[in-house]
Ligand binder design. Structure first.
Ligand SMILES: [Zn+2]
Length: 434
């Protein structure tokens, strides 16, 4: 009961702030207040105590990556939970699929990275309530009508089940199970809202297209992976509605789609720093401080997603708007140009080559396999030879624009996506950038 009350309080706070602080200045003042409070709480974290005692500004705190976040797990968290204990409990729950790993009232969750390395996160009931309220406010939207939500997840956790109430009924689908096994259940559940990652949505869209489910959705929400325009178009065509997006990491809720369909960072409770990657300051790695995470503080945590900023979103929502997310930084291709210089090719260029080659392509996967080769996997309508020729010439043309020549394009006939892992459509298996 206390938990539901917490959600309600947080939700009212969201509504209040929407009425009175819905502006860049408003969000800035919320951010300052929340950062001050979090800062004081960091005394309870052995990793940050010393810096707080020295009164060091946030800008002097170390920027960390996932590996440090995991390595220093024991020192970072403020509730004295040991990584070994948390991991043991979480893995046990994963194995038995008994989804309630907790130490005292702290929920323990696992998150999968793109490279398959497992992350572990801790959330208190209050933080869970905030997460649920955030999703309700920014993504699902409030309605007095009862709605059913189908949620596809890697593993269930208390975090998600908690949103069951008189107005929302959540059904959980485990993406580690074959998707085919969910079709019947989904058909009889008939959700109003469907939440899943694009690689799962793809399988579901195919089933829907074949008339196996007859879903009539009010909302379609993409989470966890980068949603590309090719997928967006396909899903919207099949389900007949606009898709919304949630961008999150280690269970921090980072950004959600605005009414104009663009992701905006939740800068009212996320302190965002931008580590620019190019001179034109168009692309950046987000460096995140989550102002609501007290149990396992997320302080200056650098993500390896490449964000391309959208300068002025017309919707009027505060927070940095995202034009698109380019995927992980190791998904850039690296070739040698005609002058012998090592040249970085961003995934967006490759993506555009594919999209402009043909409107009939429904799925693709590109891999740089060595210094001079790109392996291409395609699914499409229309004639194969035709489309392959067009893709090849588009790719070579785009590369030539970077003075890169003599690249071999080969076509493969199969592609394996491991269930439960995030889809990386443009992958460099040969070399990695910083
Ligand atoms: Zn907007």
């Amino acid at each position: 009961m206390k938990f539901k009350l917490d959600i309600l309080i947080q939700l009212l706070r969201f509504k209040w702030n929407r009425l009175f602080h819905w502006s860049e200045q408003g969000w800035e003042s919320l951010r300052k207040k929340r950062l001050k409070k979090l800062y004081l709480h960091l005394r309870n974290s052995p990793a940050y105590r010393e810096l707080v005692n020295q009164n060091a500004p946030l800008s002097e705190f170390p920027v960390i990556h996932k590996n440090i976040f995991m390595r220093d797990f024991d020192q970072i968290n403020t509730v004295n939970i040991k990584k070994a204990d948390a991991l043991k409990l979480a893995l046990e729950a994963e194995k038995t699929r008994d989804f309630s790993p907790m130490i005292d009232d702290i929920t323990i969750g696992l998150s999968s990275g793109t490279s398959g390395n497992t992350g572990i996160f801790l959330v208190s009931p209050r933080e869970r309530a905030h997460w649920v309220a955030g999703i309700l406010d920014r993504v699902i939207g409030f309605s007095l009508q009862k709605r059913k939500v189908a949620f596809f997840l890697r593993a269930n956790s208390n975090l998600y089940e908690s949103a069951r109430s008189r107005l929302l009924e959540f059904a959980f689908f485990d993406i580690m199970q074959p998707i085919g096994s969910h079709i019947e259940k989904l058909k009889s559940f008939q959700p109003d809202i469907l939440i899943a990652q694009p690689s799962v949505l793809r399988s579901l869209a195919k089933a829907q297209e074949k008339g196996k489910m007859n879903l009539s959705l009010k909302k379609l929400i993409s989470v966890a992976e980068v949603l590309e325009s090719i997928d967006r178009k396909y899903f919207e065509k099949v389900f007949g509605i606009t898709i919304s997006e949630v961008y999150q990491c280690t269970e921090g809720f980072l950004a959600a789609s605005c009414p104009a369909g663009r992701l905006h960072f939740n800068e009212d409770f996320i302190f965002l720093e931008k580590k620019y990657l190019d001179e034109g300051k168009k692309r950046f790695h987000p460096v995140i401080t989550d102002l609501y995470r007290y149990t396992q503080p997320v302080i200056r945590y650098e993500l390896n997603d490449i964000i391309v900023e959208y300068p002025h979103c017309e919707c009027g929502q505060p927070g940095t708007a995202i034009d698109f997310i380019e995927g992980r930084s190791d998904d850039v291709f690296i070739f040698t140009d005609e002058n012998g210089e090592e040249t970085t090719v961003y995934p967006d260029l490759m993506r555009r080559a594919i999209i402009t080659a043909s409107g009939e392509i429904t799925f693709y996967h590109l891999t740089q396999t060595d210094q001079k080769t790109i392996a291409v996997y395609l699914e499409h309508e229309g004639s194969q030879n035709d489309i392959q020729d067009k893709v090849k010439s588009q790719l070579l043309e785009k590369l030539a624009g970077y003075k890169i020549h003599n690249i071999e394009i080969i076509f493969t006939h199969s592609y394996q996506h491991e269930p439960g892992t995030k889809l990386r459509r443009i992958k460099n298996e040969y070399s990695k950038a910083d």
